[in-house]
Design a protein around this ligand. Sequence first.
Ligand SMILES: NC(=O)c1ccc[n+]([C@@H]2O[C@H](COP(=O)([O-])OP(=O)(O)OC[C@H]3O[C@@H](n4cnc5c(N)ncnc54)[C@H](OP(=O)(O)O)[C@@H]3O)[C@@H](O)[C@H]2O)c1
Length: 432
Amino acid sequence: MNPVKIGICGLGTVGKGTFDVLTRNGEEIAGRAGCNIVVSHIGARRGADISGVNVSTDIFAVADDPEIHILVELIGGTTVAKDLVLQAIANGKHIVTANKALIAEHGNEIFAAASEKGVSVAFEAAVAGGIPIIKAIREGLSANRIEWLAGIINGTGNFILTEMREKGRDFDDVLKEAQELGYAEADPTFDVEGIDAAHKLVILASIAFGIPLQFDKAYTEGITKISTEDVEYAEQLGYRIKHLGVARKNGKGVELRVHPTMIPEKRLIANVNGVMNAVLVKGDAVGPTLYYGAGAGAEPTASAVVADIVDVARTLSAEPKHRVPYLAFQNDAMNDTPILPIDEVETAYYLRMSAEDKPGVLSEVAQILSNAGISIEAIIQKEPAEGQDHVSLIILTSRAIEKNLDQATDSIEALDSIAGEVTRIRVESLAG
Ligand SMILES: NC(=O)c1ccc[n+]([C@@H]2O[C@H](COP(=O)([O-])OP(=O)(O)OC[C@H]3O[C@@H](n4cnc5c(N)ncnc54)[C@H](OP(=O)(O)O)[C@@H]3O)[C@@H](O)[C@H]2O)c1
C-alpha cells in the first residue's frame, strides 16, 4: 500500500506535538494504520526548517497540494481555519482538526461540504484533548441510547476551582497563576466564562444524540462569581463545586448547559482535580461510564490528532488485517517482542511477615533486602498482642525486579526469627 500523505497546517503547540509523535512512534502507528503515514507538507506562516518536508509559509498551498490525502488543521480560530478547511475539502482532502470553536460554530456547514465531496472530517482532539471520548461514544457505546453526559471539559477552570478548594485561594489570585503557568490565555474569557466548555459540550451532544451542532442554543455560565465562601460551604455539606458541561435528553428535548455545579464529594468525577478532564456518559445498556485524562497539552492532544489520522488512513487502505496491528506490522522484530515472565517484572512490594519480638530482627530483614538492591520506603511494626511473641512486620519496598525480591523473601523466610511465609502484594502507583 502506498503511504498516506498528510499536510499539517499550524506548527504551534499541537502542530509540533503531532509532528513529534508521528516521527517518534512512526512504526507503531504504521502498524495500526496498515500503511506508512508521511508528513509531506507543512504550512507554517513563519517557516520551519524540517529536512525532507516541503514547508510553505502560505498555508493554503497545503490545501492545494495534489499529493496530500489528509489536511491536519491546527491553526485554531474560526475565520482563516474555516476557509482553509473548506478549500481543502473542495480539493477532495480529508480533514483532521483539533479546533472545537470551528466545529462547534461551523461544523454543520463543514460536514455538509465534506459529505458532498465524500471526504471525512475527524475532530477527536477538539473535545477533552487526549481522552478518546468521541470514539468512546460513537464506537464503544454505539449500542446504547445515551441518556445524559456530564463533563469537566475545561482544564483551566478545573485548576482554578481545585486551587480555591484545596488552598482557600480566591479566584483572581489563582487565575493569575494559571496565566503564568500557561494554562490560561492572556484573555481568559473563553475558559472562565464557559465558552470553551460550551464548544466542547455542543460537539459531544451532537455525537451522543445525533443532533446538529447548536452552539448558539447552549446555556453558558462561567465560574467568575464563585467565591471561596461558596467553596467552603459546599465542602461542609459534603459537595464539591465543579464547572460542568451537562447534556441530557428527556422526553421534551435536549438540555445543553455549562455552569458551576455542586456534586456529592463521593462521586469519582468530584475528585478530578487540577487541569485534568473527565466525562461521565450514561448509556441505557451500559449504565454510567467515566473517561479521565489530560484535556490539553502538546502530546496528549497530538495523541488524539494522530488517532484520527490513523482512522482516516484505515478507511483509505481498508483491509481487515489493518484492524489487527500485528498482522500489519512491517517489522518482524516487533512481532517477535517477547512477553516478559513474571520474575522479570518490576514493581514495588508490600511485604507482611510474622517476626519474633526481639531486637535485631528488623535489621536482619533490612540487610537481606539491601543485599538484593531493594530499599525500604516505609515500615509498620505492630505491638505484640498479649501473650504473643511474634509481631506483624509490614514493609513497603522500592521498585524491584521480581526475581530479586523472590530471592530476598526466600532468605527472609529462612531466618529463625521469621515464622511462616512472607505475604506479598505488588504495588503500582499508576501515576504517569
Ligand atoms: N494547546 C492545547 O492543549 C489544545 C488542546 C486541544 C485543542 N487545541 C486546539 O488546537 C488548535 C491549535 O492550538 P495550539 O495550542 O497549538 O495553538 P498555537 O500554539 O497558538 O499554534 C497555532 C499555530 O497556528 C499558526 N497560525 C495561527 N493563525 C494562523 C493563520 N491565520 N495563518 C497561518 N498560521 C496561523 C500560528 O502561527 P504563529 O506562531 O505565527 O502565530 C501557530 O504556529 C486550536 O484550535 C486549539 O483550540 C489545543
